[in-house]
Design a protein around this ligand. Structure first.
Ligand SMILES: Nc1ncnc2c1ncn2[C@@H]1O[C@H](COP(=O)(O)OP(=O)(O)O)[C@@H](O)[C@H]1O
Ligand SMILES: [Mg+2]
Length: 275
């Protein structure tokens, strides 16, 4: 029996009456799993993140965390267990130093000072930003700011980490660095990660993918299963990873490529062997 960490049960949501954003959305996420949530711009991905973090309330339906329905009375408590990183690095800067920024959520939670220092140290080490602890966050690069935002989320020792397009404003190298940090976090026992993205390259990090379309869950399965859903991908305006496009084009030209999906690194390795 699967023990869901998170469950959406027939959730409806609208910001304005008569304009539904989510209709009858149901899905489950296992503890310790990484799932990706994909969909076109405006499909309701961030809305799901905000519902889960208790920043919005469903119009109808139920959201459960560890089998406990979110209600106005337990919301604050359940929210303590969720770390969020958003898209724009500049929206997440508070405090005069990186360390202060990272401690911010702990001050709000009244964590005692020695415990706070331990957690800030550990979180900044996890994202490779400890050496920057006394720097002014506003002067960091976008990638460094996002790593500090991630450290701030990790400092609250979340059970659920939501990354909402966290890498979409970053350059390829910064994106790569953040992905490597996410991969390390996946080894952390019990940490459930929700990767919200419209970058299908990111799906290699996810065990399972949920796709939103027309206000509903249009697909659940693995990334390679999704990569065969041509029609749905087109409808969601999502592009296949470039390496996969190349691989499929080669296959179409009768080049004997492997029949498993290759990521960029694997494709390069395979091509190099041919030379
Ligand atoms: N605060 C808001 N008030 C009214 N409509 C909103 C608000 N936030 C988002 N929306 C609308 O809700 C829909 C889903 O938005 P969002 O969850 O941000 O999508 P995504 O994150 O997938 O791009 C969009 O049509 C968007 O315009
Ligand atoms: Mg969004």
């Amino acid at each position: 029996m699967m023990q869901p960490k998170i469950e959406f049960r027939t959730v409806d949501f609208a910001y304005q009456p008569e304009v539904p954003v989510l209709t009858n959305v149901s899905f489950q996420v296992k503890a310790g799993q990484t799932i990706a949530l994909v969909g076109a711009n405006g499909s309701g991905k961030s809305t799901i993140a905000k519902l889960l973090a208790g920043l919005l309330e469903p119009t109808s339906g139920t959201i459960l965390i560890d089998h406990t329905p979110l209600t106005p009375t337990n919301l604050a408590q359940l929210r303590q267990r969720i770390g969020l990183v958003f898209q724009n690095p500049d929206d997440q800067i508070v405090g005069a130093t990186v360390a202060e920024n990272t401690a911010f959520g702990l001050e709000n939670r009244n964590v005692p000072r020695p415990e706070m220092q331990t957690r800030v140290h550990r979180a900044l080490e996890q994202v490779g930003m400890w050496d920057y602890r006394d720097r002014e966050p506003g002067l960091l690069s976008g990638g460094q700011k996002q790593r500090v935002a991630l450290a701030s989320a990790l400092a609250i020792t979340p059970e659920i980490l939501i990354l909402d397009e966290a890498t979409s404003m970053l350059d390829p190298q910064a994106k790569q660095e953040l992905n490597q940090i996410i991969q390390k976090l996946q080894e952390q026992v019990g940490l459930t990660i929700i990767l919200i993205t419209h970058d299908l390259e990111m799906l290699s990090l996810a065990e399972r993918v949920i796709a939103l379309d027309q206000q509903q869950v249009a697909f659940t399965g693995t990334a390679s299963e999704l990569f065969h859903e041509k029609h749905l991908l087109a409808q969601m305006q999502l592009e296949l990873p470039f390496s996969l496009q190349v691989q499929r084009e080669l296959a179409a030209q009768r080049v004997p490529v492997p029949d498993t999906d290759l990521n960029e690194k694997e494709l390069i390795e395979w091509l190099t062997k041919l030379l």
